[in-house]
Write a protein that binds this ligand. Sequence first.
Ligand code: G3I
Length: 360
Amino acid sequence: MRQARIGIFLIFLLCLNLVQSNFLSFLQASDSLKDAFQGKFKIGTSVSPNELSYGTDFIKKHFNSITPENELKPDSILDQTGSQQSGNNVNPKVSFRSGTQTTLRFCEQNKIPLRGHTFVWHAQTPEWFFKENFQQSGNFVSKDIMNQRLENFIKNTFELLKKDYPQLEVYAYDVCNEVFQGGGGGLRPASESKWMQVYGSDEYIVNAFTYARKYAPSGCKLYINDFNEYMNAKTQNIYDMATKLKQKGVIDGIGMQSHLGVSFPSAQMYASALDKFASTGLEVQITELDINQEGNEQAQASLYKEVFSAAVKHANQIPAVTLWGTHDAVSWIKDKNPLPFGTNYELKKAYYSIMQVAGA
Ligand code: G3I
C-alpha cells in the first residue's frame, strides 16, 4: 500500500514536471517573434557583421530570415583588382570579404534562410563597374559589354554562394533595388543612375531578371524592391514593371521596403499599396520595415500593428516580413527609435502590439 502511494506520488511529480516544462516552453515560444508568426510568414531582420560578435542569441530567438545590411551590395562584393586582372573587360570578379563571410557563415551554421540584397542598384555600386577596363576614369562601356558584365556578376555571385556556403538556403534575392525615382514618375534618370546612363531604358531591369532566373538556385525567389512604394505614382510604377516581368516569367515577388513614419503614410494608404501588389498574383515581402517614432511610441506601436495586420491578411502571398535592423541602437536611423526593440533590446510597445496581431 505504501509503495503504491509512493508510486502514485512519483507519477504525480512526473506529470507536474511535464506540465511545467510544456508551460515554460509555451511561454518561451510565445515571446519570440518568429515563433509567434510561425505558419504565417518568416520574421526577418537585417544584420551587420559587427552584431554577430555579441547579439546572436537575440537574433536566433526572434528571427528566421536574415538580410545582410550592406555585405551583399555590389560595392561589398565586386573586386576591382581581380576584375582587371582576369575579367577580360566582361567578367567582373566577385569575392566575399570578411564581413560578408561572417554573416553568410552565421546564416549557414544556424540554418537561417537568407534574403540576398542586391544586384542592381544606383547606389553602393562602384563607378568602375560601368567603365572600360574596369577603370574608374575610363569611358562608359557599351550596352553589349554591360550585358555581359551584368550576366557574369549575377552568375559569379550565385556560384560563389553555392561553392563557399553549400548548405546556405538563399530563398529570396532583390535583383533590382530602387530603380524608380523617389516619389515615382518613372525610372531614375541617367543623372542619378549609371545603369540608365549605359542603357537609357528599362532594358537593364529585364536583363537582370532574365540572368537571375538563369543562375539563381532552385527555390530562390526573385524580387523587385523599392521604397515610397505606398505613394500612388510609385505604386503604379512598381506594379507596371512587375506585371511586365511576370509576363516574361522572370520575377517572383515585389519587395515593399516600408520605411515608414507615424505621421506618414497612413495605415490605409500602406494597406492599399499592399493590396495592389498582391493583386498581381506575385509574392510580396515587407523587406525593410521600420517606423520613425517621431516622439510618439504609442503611435508607432499602432502603425506596426496595422502593418502586421495588413500582412497577415495576405499571409498566403507573403513569405516574410523583415525589420531593418535588430534593435534601435543599430538602426540606420537610430535617432528615430524606429524598431520594436529598444537600444538595450528592451521590448517596446510596438513589440507587444505586433505580438497581439499574432494572437500571442
Ligand atoms: O564601411 C564603411 C566604413 O569603412 C567607413 O569607415 C564608414 C564611415 O562612414 O562608412 C562605412 O560604410 C557605411 C555603411 O553603411 C556600412 O556601415 C556607409 O558610409 C553608409 O552610407 C552605409 O549606409 C547604409 C545605406 O544603406 C547606404 O545606402 C546603411 O547601413 C543601410 O542600412 C542602408 O540600407 C538601405 C537599403 O540597402 C536599401 N533601402 C534603404 C536602406 C536605408 O537607407
